[in-house]
Design a protein around this ligand. Structure first.
Ligand SMILES: [Zn+2]
Length: 189
């Protein structure tokens, strides 16, 4: 005797336990503050599910010294290059392991990511909408009418209510561990 399958008889494909993200992406996010890492993994997964092939660039984490070197480009070193950041050491959320910079993959058929920052070709503001759901702050804004990028379009961070100045002061007293403890505190842990 056959009967029609009821809803409850159909195996539920959710929840998906296997990540659709490549392992190198997960590995790249490992040095981040754990809650920020988990949010970013979920964010990248949602992006990819929505067909937005956005990936984190190399080195989401920067020391204060590395940040100072970046700040110097186009100012006191490598004078022919354009300035790459307005943040000195301690003034960027990358210095506290809670930020990433990302860009799109221009060719999914090729191995690796063909990094592309084209502001017309990709839906940067759709990525930002997904980020908002994960509590992430966008570094850019986008003028849809003029189709121009304003600010740092590929940057996302989470600061748990801390200002960059507060983070700097805490870091000077107790280093990165102290800043992370403060993030914990702000999260009620
Ligand atoms: Zn950034």
């Amino acid at each position: 005797m056959f009967r029609q399958a009821k809803q409850s008889d159909i195996p539920n494909p959710e929840p998906q336990t296997l990540s659709m993200l490549p392992q190198w992406l997960i590995d790249r996010l490992q040095p981040l503050y754990p809650d920020a890492r988990d949010r970013l993994i979920a964010f990248f997964e949602d992006c990819h599910k929505a067909g937005l092939y956005f990936y984190p660039l190399k080195d989401p984490v920067r020391t204060w010294l590395a940040q100072d070197s970046l700040y110097a480009i186009g100012r006191t070193t490598e004078l022919t290059r354009k300035r790459v950041t307005d943040a000195k050491g301690g003034e960027s959320w990358h210095n506290y392991n809670v930020a990433i910079d990302g860009a799109f993959d221009a060719d999914l058929t090729r191995d690796g990511v063909q990094w592309d920052w084209d502001t017309h070709k990709y839906k940067w503001s759709d990525v930002a909408e997904i980020a908002k759901k994960h509590g992430l702050t966008w570094g850019g804004s986008f003028d849809a009418n003029k189709k121009v990028a304003l600010g740092d379009l590929g940057h996302y961070h989470i600061s748990y209510g801390l200002t960059i100045h507060e983070a700097q002061e805490i870091y000077k007293l107790g280093g990165l561990a102290a800043v992370w403890r403060e993030f914990d505190k702000k999260r009620g842990i």
